[in-house]
Design a protein around this ligand. Structure first.
Ligand SMILES: NC(=O)c1ccc[n+]([C@@H]2O[C@H](COP(=O)([O-])OP(=O)(O)OC[C@H]3O[C@@H](n4cnc5c(N)ncnc54)[C@H](O)[C@@H]3O)[C@@H](O)[C@H]2O)c1
Length: 336
């Protein structure tokens, strides 16, 4: 069966996911496109989805009989309404992060999905599909004994001038928030943010770097350095300390050069390149589940918990040094 996909939001990632579905992956075809900027949809049609029909609104696309499953890749603030419409239509839906821009919005999606008692939503937390994180999870599950601590870092070379201090949580740390929960099979119980000396390179009044300290229900202590003007590269580090050993996220593959009395490895600079392969694996998983009329991978619940946890981290930013508790409601059985 070929799953007919409708894409809402044909900007950077909507275009790239459409290319993936039509040119790289199997089992799906993009048959419908919609964007508030129709020129964007027309350009994606011309370049990578020649047979797609262009719809005036996302809602019309979702309701169309020519669409079996929906991909929501519009701006974050518009995700909730489209995901709710897809659930109402009973169609599997891949939603780029964030699932919603508020925890209440994500909760509405959880409630709509649980009311149907069927998984329909996959959230675009692609790091869970990265080969390096998957190897790290194997080591955490099998080799290093109970986990005691995690030391992680999320470093960008620079950020645009509009990047703000809360974006360090909502746009940057959000990936660690999800992937570390998955890696440890655990939930957060508190967050604290401390600010080291500010880098001269931070634009405006951005506080950079920051150190986010998370505690989990099992008592694991996590420190994540978020440093988005580090200059030297896009660098994701994760070291898990267990009772019996230490496991670290592998570095991306790179040629080792011996030259001028130096041993050199290249460091990536563009975030788009760092997890590029994981997007293919993530969307193939979506297509496979959508062919069965359901969804797989990161759930609405994961999107909701990420929203609650990131709200707590933003509250912790606003009260530097304070420990902000994170309380989660009971998890519906659909997500066990
Ligand atoms: N998982 C990841 O690594 C990753 C990477 C990039 C982007 N994203 C997420 O994907 C989403 C899109 O990001 P992007 O970089 O492609 O942004 P973008 O600005 O390039 O594209 C967004 C598109 O959505 C369209 N749009 C806005 N409101 C709309 C609406 N109401 N209905 C239909 N279309 C609408 C815009 O016209 C634009 O074409 C964001 O939520 C972002 O956080 C995730």
């Amino acid at each position: 069966m070929t799953v007919r996909i409708g894409v809402v939001g044909t900007g950077a990632i909507g275009r790239d996911h459409t290319r993936r579905i039509n040119q790289v992956l199997t089992g799906g075809r993009v048959t419908a496109l919609s964007d508030v900027n129709p020129d964007s949809a027309r350009s994606v049609k011309a370049d990578v989805a020649p047979e797609a029909e262009i719809f005036a609104t996302g809602e019309q696309l979702i309701e169309s009989d020519a669409v079996d499953a929906v991909m929501v890749t519009s701006w974050g603030a518009t995700h909730e309404a489209y995901v709710l419409a897809a659930i109402a239509a009973g169609k599997p839906c891949f939603c780029e992060k964030p699932l919603a821009t508020t925890a209440e919005g994500a909760r509405r999606i959880v409630d709509a999905e649980t009311a149907r008692d069927k998984r329909l939503v996959q959230v675009g937390f692609m790091r869970r599909y990265d080969a390096g994180y998957r190897l790290l999870k194997q080591a955490v599950d099998r080799d290093i004994g109970p986990v005691l601590m995690v030391h992680a870092a999320h470093r960008n070379p620079t950020v645009p001038p509009h990047y703000t201090t809360p974006m360090a949580i909502n746009d940057t740390l959000i990936h660690e928030i999800d992937v570390l929960r998955w890696l440890l099979d655990d939930d957060y119980v508190s967050a604290q943010v401390v600010f080291p000396r500010r880098t001269f390179h931070a634009p405006g009044d951005l506080k950079d770097p920051q150190v986010v300290l998370l505690e989990t229900a099992k008592g694991v202590r996590i420190d994540v350095e978020v440093f988005v003007n580090c200059r030297y590269g896009y660098d994701i580090q994760c070291q898990v300390v267990g009772e019996e050993g230490i496991a670290s996220l592998p570095e991306p593959m790179s040629i080792v050069v011996r030259k001028d009395a130096r041993l050199q490895n290249q460091i990536l600079t563009d975030w788009k390149d760092r997890f590029i392969d994981s997007y293919d694996v993530e969307l193939q998983d979506f297509l496979n589940a959508a062919a069965q009329g359901t969804a797989s991978g990161p759930t609405s619940w994961d999107g909701y918990v990420a929203a609650i946890s990131s709200d707590a981290c933003v509250a912790a930013q606003e009260a530097p040094g304070a420990i902000v508790p994170i309380a989660l409601p009971a998890r519906p059985a659909l997500y066990d």
